[in-house]
Each structure stands twice: as C-alpha cells, then as structure tokens.
Design a protein around this ligand. Structure first.
Ligand code: ATP
Ligand code: MG
Length: 586
C-alpha cells in the first residue's frame, strides 16, 4: 500500500474492539501457534497480537466485490488496532474445492494490498482436532449418531411454530455412539446413512440449536487430505473450532450467521470445559452484506454466467469478481475506498455501481496520464495543408501535458498532418441547435493543434459520409503568439492519420439492465444487458504505442481506459474502458 487509507468512521466493531482492548480481554493469551497444526506447535509464550481477525473463504470459486468488503474490514481492523488478520481456507467441503481457487484467492487478497504474514491456514489441517472434539462430545453425552433418513430428520426438526421431535437414536449410550462414530470414520457406512449430531434441545426456539449436525459421511477425495477421511465436519461445527484454534479474538461474519451464534458459543464453551480449548474464546460479530447494483454477487450465479458463456470467463471485465475488476482496470485503491465508504452496519446494504465508478475516477483522475483516442473514426482532410505549410509532407509538431495538474509527468509529443481522424459525432452536415463542432462554415480547434474551418464533406456512391473537408486557419497553432486571435466555440480531439496507432477498444457497460437483477424472484439471466460489451477499432495517439499491459490512461473526453492485461501487446494494442468520465448511466 503506497498511501495510508483515510481515517475510518466509527462503527460497532470498532467500539467492541476498543472495549475489549481497554478491558484487556485478549491480553496475555498463550500463543504456541495453532494447536491443531503441528507445524505451528513448537513455539510458546504469549500472543503478541491483541486482536486477531480472519478472512475465511471457501476455495470453491473466485472472490467478488462482496468478499472485498469482508477482506478490507478484517484486515483493516487488524491494521488499525495493531493486530493480525489470518487468511484461512475454509476447506471442510471436499467437493467443488480446488487448488486453482486457493491460488487465485491468495493473489487477490495481496493485490488488494493486504498481508497475512505467516498466518495462512487451512481448516482441513484441523481435521484431527475436530474429530477428537467430536469424540469428546460423544463421551460426555453431548453428541450422538443419528440413523434417521434425511427426510425423517427434516420432518422431525419442526419449524418456527412447532418444536422438533426427538430422534429415536437420541438416547443411545455414549459407548454405542462412539462405536458408531468410529465406524463412520472408518468408512464402513454409505454417504447419507447417518450423521453425528449435537445433543442440545429439539424444542429450542432457535432451530439451529435443535441438535445440529456435526459430521456427515462423504466418501470423497479432498484437495489436501486426499482419501484420509470419509467423514467431514459441518461448517457450523468446524468454523468455531477453526477460530478458537487460531486464537481469533473477533470472528466477524455476515448477518445470516446471527442465529448460529448461540451454537458457536455453546460448542466452544463445552470444548473449553473439557480442556480442549483455552480461554479467552473468540466471539462472533455479524455485519450486513454488501450488495452492489447491476451485478450479482453469489459464487453460484457467477459460475453460471461463466459456464453458460454469458461472459468470457471469471476474469471477464464485466464480472464483479476481483479478477474481473482488476482486468477491467479497477485499482486496489479504488476498491478499498469504495468498500470503506460503505461503512459497517447491522443491515444488508445496497450500494449503487456508480459509487464504484466514482471511487475509480477519484483515484485515477489525479494520476492517470492523458491521451487522445478516436473511437468512432471519421477522416478529416485539411485541403490547404501544402499551401499553409509549404509542403504536403510537412508534419507540424504538437505537444500536450501528460497530466494537466501533474507537470512532473512531462509532455506527450505528437504531430499534425493533412489527414486526421476525428470522432464521427464531431461533424454534422446540418447542425442541431447549440452544436459547436464541425459543420460547413464553422471553425473549431483541433485540441493542442490549429483552428480549422469546415468546408464540406465527401460521400461514396451510396451517399455515405466518407470524409470531412476543412481548411487550416493560418497562425492559430496552440501555444504560439496570436493563436487565440481566432475565437472558436468548439474544441475537438483527434489523432493524425500518419502516426495513429490502430487499437481494439472494448467498451464495457453494466452487465444487467436492472439495478437489482433478482428482484421479485426474477431470473437474473432475463435481464442481461445485450450491449454490455461493444468492440470498436479506434485510433490512438502515438504515445500509447509503448503502453504496457495494465497501464491506465484517461482518453480525453472518453473516460478511463486500461491496456488489457491478457490480450494487449506491443503492435496489437487492446484497451478496455474502465469507466466513462461522467456517470452517463442514468
Ligand atoms: P457466496 O455467497 O458468493 O457464495 P460465501 O459467503 O458463500 O459467498 P465464502 O467463501 O464463504 O463465500 O465467503 C468468505 C467470507 O466473505 C465470509 O466471511 C462471508 O461472510 C464474506 N462475504 C461473502 N459475501 C459477502 C458480501 N456480499 N458482503 C460482505 N461479506 C461477504
Ligand atoms: Mg459461505
């Protein structure tokens, strides 16, 4: 991170952490690394970090803008309170998890500017501990193996108005349960034939406390533990244990886990009573999810967009994945600024996509070099060129600041010749009211160049416009004495034909036409924006010939553009539009 982010407004998490720090709640915790992880077991002493948070993604897809919220929140709090944030792969589900996702997640957390130091963990490395914890609960009569079918279990769970019904297996002896659990572990029973459940209260008003499942049978290969296990812990059992083993102080999660908190506390308290875990235990705190308009943020739906070919992959620049946003040209700074501007609340919030674009503009306005580009080209012929400059081959040197407010970025050099590319919209044969650009008889300035006067246009046999004709007005070169003597109302951008660099320019727009694509249960695919990607062949000023992949620019009057990190190459430039200069969506 180059510059420290701005000070953050207060929120309930900061209040909680400050309270806990003041009370010394997490002072002097023993720290030998994570008890479940042999590699971290050696050291002893006290935890040097008073605040430990974590970002715990499941490696079953690519991170999206919603995850950025969680990442910046956890790592930001750790930074602000002298603590640490762990990156933990919550890989307790053997199916759908892959090393490729692990690698991509690591890369994107780093790209966002955060550092987990050596606190990189895998939930799967705690499987042995979790299993010991399960046997302990069974031994204390706090867990049992249930052999009801999934349908019976569902029916007996009850609902918000009806209490659940005890399973016929609920009062089996600890010894019998232990034997069964060991058979499950040894792979002696088929998937779905039984589960290990906590033994809490089938009549609890909180359905999450009605004997929640702790372990299920799954004969599946895990990307880390291979075929070692045929039972896997449920998320609700695994997650509190992961937090406790890593000595997390504040376990921050999204609102949908609020009803799980009583089980989180129940489980950790029982394991602490048994001496399996040490006090002080982590506490869970919930905050509202971040939702962004005009996108979907669910790994499942994003996968559907990719697999059904609605976009060109996970890193398609229209995707709200972090790999997609990076390719689109979003900077880590703008993403951090955006998620931080949304604050931390106890309610799920919608923010408009334009807030993201605003953060991007605010970041790039100050530092992106400027350049001229013509995206919908039309030829302009300066018919008196040889007369004014003495030769048809004359090239008139021009220059412009690389950035209007950053002189240290230097100047761009280019030149003007008898033929230039201008934007199609900068000529009208019959001007509408208030139109100050090219039309017969009108004068405009070619920005950083000369004033020209439009004299007419050329058409092909079918009457299609092929070129605009104009004459150079002598002694009007920008920056020369008397250049302003001729007053014009219009200034247009251009690129000289003799040195223009041909480029593919991808003009991206919103992926969906509706702000909330799924509102009212609508199929989000039915509101895909058919115009979300438009590819044009444009002309760029010569300074852009040396652009490197991922270099960002402001194309004057058009917006912010980035050289595509995948397809751009010297000699074959490809640029993506990140955002227009102004919010043009509404
Ligand atoms: P998805 O809904 O896309 O499948 P997830 O929550 O299942 O996401 P995880 O890998 O479990 O994906 O998420 C890791 C962390 O990111 C969790 O702590 C989760 O609460 C948080 N997170 C996910 N989506 C959002 C969001 N929209 N806003 C804030 N935090 C989020
Ligand atoms: Mg999840």
């Amino acid at each position: 991170m180059t510059t420290p982010d701005a000070p953050k407004p207060h929120n309930f998490l900061r209040t909680q952490i400050e309270h806990d720090l003041a009370q010394g709640v997490y002072d002097g915790r023993p720290w030998g690394g994570t008890p479940g992880d042999a590699a971290h077991h050696a050291a002893g002493g006290q935890d040097p970090a008073r605040v430990r948070l974590r970002f715990p993604p499941e490696p079953n897809g690519y991170l999206h803008i919603g995850h950025a919220k969680s990442i910046c929140l956890n790592f930001g709090l750790a930074r602000d309170y002298g603590g640490l944030a762990h990156l933990r792969f919550d890989d307790t589900n053997p199916e759908k998890e892959e090393q490729a996702y692990v690698d991509a997640i690591r890369e994107m957390v780093s790209w966002l500017g955060w550092d987990w130091h050596d606190n990189l963990y895998n939930a799967s490395s705690y499987f042995d501990f979790m299993y010991r914890a399960a046997e302990y609960l069974v031994g204390r009569g706090l867990a049992y193996v249930d052999e009801q079918t999934p349908e019976q279990m569902r029916a007996n769970r009850g609902d918000f108005t009806t209490p659940g019904t005890n399973s016929p297996w609920r009062d089996r002896s600890p010894a019998d349960n232990l034997a069964r659990l060991r058979e499950m572990k040894a792979g002696q029973h088929p998937d779905g034939s039984m589960v290990l459940r906590a033994r809490i209260d089938m009549a609890s008003p909180n359905i999450n406390l009605r004997d929640p499942a702790l372990y299920r049978i799954k004969h599946a290969t895990h990307h880390h533990t291979g075929d070692a296990w045929s039972i896997y812990p449920m998320y609700t059992f695994a997650h509190p244990i992961e937090d406790a083993l890593e000595r997390i102080s504040h376990s921050v999660c999204t609102l949908e886990f609020e009803d799980q908190r009583p089980f989180y506390d129940w489980l950790l308290a029982r394991l602490a009573e048994g001496g399996l875990l040490a006090q002080p235990l982590p506490r869970q705190y919930e905050f509202g999810r971040l939702n962004v308009t005009y996108v979907v943020t669910s790994k499942r739906k994003l996968r559907q967009l990719v697999e059904e070919g609605h976009v060109d992959g996970w890193d398609d620049p229209r995707m709200p994945t972090l790999v997609g946003m990076r390719r689109r040209g979003y900077t880590p700074e703008s993403i951090r600024a955006m998620v931080e501007s949304t604050g931390v609340t106890k309610a799920n919030a919608w923010i408009d996509y334009s807030v993201l674009e605003g953060a991007l503009r605010a970041d790039l306005e100050a530092r992106a070099p400027r350049a001229m580009a013509v995206l919908e080209p039309l030829k302009l012929k300066l018919t008196n060129w040889a007369e004014v400059f003495g030769s048809a081959d004359h090239r008139e040197p021009c220059h412009a600041p690389a950035h209007p407010h950053q002189p240290e970025l230097g100047t761009r050099q280019f030149s003007l010749g008898p033929e230039v590319w201008i934007e199609r919209e900068d000529f009208e044969a019959v001007p509408p009211k208030g139109y100050h650009r090219l039309y017969p008889g009108n004068k405009v300035r070619l920005k950083y160049g000369v004033v020209v006067e439009c004299t007419g246009a050329e058409q092909d046999a079918d009457g299609r416009l092929t070129a605009v004709l104009a004459t150079v007005v002598p002694d009007t070169k920008s920056g020369t004495p008397g250049a302003d003597a001729v007053k014009v109302k219009g200034v247009i951008t251009w690129v000289a034909a003799h040195e223009a660099v041909a480029a593919e320019v991808r003009l991206y727009d919103r992926l969906f036409t509706e702000a909330q694509p799924e509102a009212g249960g609508r199929d989000f695919l039915s509101v895909l924006n058919p115009h979300s990607k438009r590819v044009v062949q444009g002309w760029l000023e010569p300074s852009l010939a040396s652009a490197q992949p991922d270099d960002k620019f402001q194309f004057e009057r058009h917006g912010y553009f980035v050289a595509d990190r995948v397809d751009h190459a010297a000699g074959k430039p490809v640029f993506n539009r990140i955002a227009s200069l102004k919010d043009t969506w509404k």
